[in-house]
Design a binder for this molecule. Sequence first.
Ligand code: FPP
Ligand code: MG
Length: 451
Amino acid sequence: MRRWHASVLRSGPHRSIRNYGPRRRITSTGAITNETRPRPDPFALVAPQLSRIRDQFVQLLGSAHPGLDDIAKYYFLRPSKQLRPLLILLFSQATNGLGKHWPVKKWASGQARPGGRAEDLDCSLSRSDVLNDWNPRIPGKTNPFNSGFSLHPPEPHSSTSQIPNSNFTTPTCSLVSPPSILPAQERLAQIVEMVHAASLLHDDVIDESPLRRGTASAPEAFGNKLSVLGGNFILGRASTALARLGDPEATELIASVIANLVEGEILQMQEVHSVEQGTAASPSVVKNAWTIYLQKTYMKTASLMAKGARAAVVLGGCVEGEVYREVAYAYGRNLGIAFQLVDDILDYESADDALGKPGGADLQLGLTTGPALYAWEECPELGPLIHRKFNQQGDVELARKLVRKSSGVQRTRDLALAYANQARKVLEPLPDSDAKAALEALTERVIKRKS
Ligand code: FPP
Ligand code: MG
């Protein structure tokens, strides 16, 4: 079993997360000093952009149908972690200027074209009377359905401005100062949050969750049908916004995340139960169960962070072969898995029989996560319970007791820490910047979080 995550531990030499430690600085008199710089607060570093993104959801999700309008905005009207947009914004700041095509992207960001100026990101690529994507909040740029449709000559819908004759092929290879985020990258941050919210609307139907973030879930408030349709509507709007970024690679990355989310959810439904070999915790059975669990964790949680971060770097002009794209993907992937492992631990920690707190939502849903998989190695009697998805009277309580008396939670925490350390380590090729330090700080926060 230990062998399973050996590669993660091997490639991350630091078993504990290091501090944003002393830095050598040359003073104006030429003396070398060691000074400790506090790590920047990741959220504070991009607070204005995060706040703008939050405000603009209501605009992007406007619909003339009041029921749809209400449900589409429902999960955006309450505070959320905004972890996914945060990753996009920090990676933009940490890499803009480094890519070979940065000068083209920078130039394009000032043009009236797809992926260009912020005010043009709402402009349709197709004629708006063909799209029929009426959004009453953007009346000048969208068209309501019109029963008549006449043939008329095509009109150019975006500027025909040409890329100026300049030396685009020479990479600048240095970060821009002050740090910048292109309008297309800020829009990408919104898009990933929309995809996430759409998945939560569907998830709350599947999980039959009465609550989300302490208040009524969408299915509880609006019913299952509207929740599913609302989720699909958000995905539709996110897809439109994605096309308008004018970058096929970013589109491909995010579209593939949507497929991963669905695959992850399906995989979760099967998980350990698809393991044919039986209920005994033999090394091969447990290893197989871990493979499925971590694959599911990537698809359901880490894929959006990994591919979203990579898409941000692509939009900043990093081309195939430049290491920053790989850094973004590897960071998002490791951080995402660490985040979900901690989530799975919190599900056990939130349960407290003495306080009458039921918790253990995963067990109630029949799900076997990291802590129970580790516990299974120590307590073979967990096998039959896992196999029948804890569906018999007393199964959930017994499983919780066995997991608590085992080292399952601690070992899952160690594994999460190994992934977080690996996320921090893959940042090494990035030049020093506040955004890089904030990304490092985020690896600590993910491990320490209590909710
Ligand atoms: C929350 O998981 C759910 C997800 C991270 C993804 C759910 C994905 C789907 C339902 C597939 C459909 C996706 C789209 C985009 C249509 P959780 O139940 O472990 O966490 P929770 O406690 O927040 O509910
Ligand atoms: Mg859920």
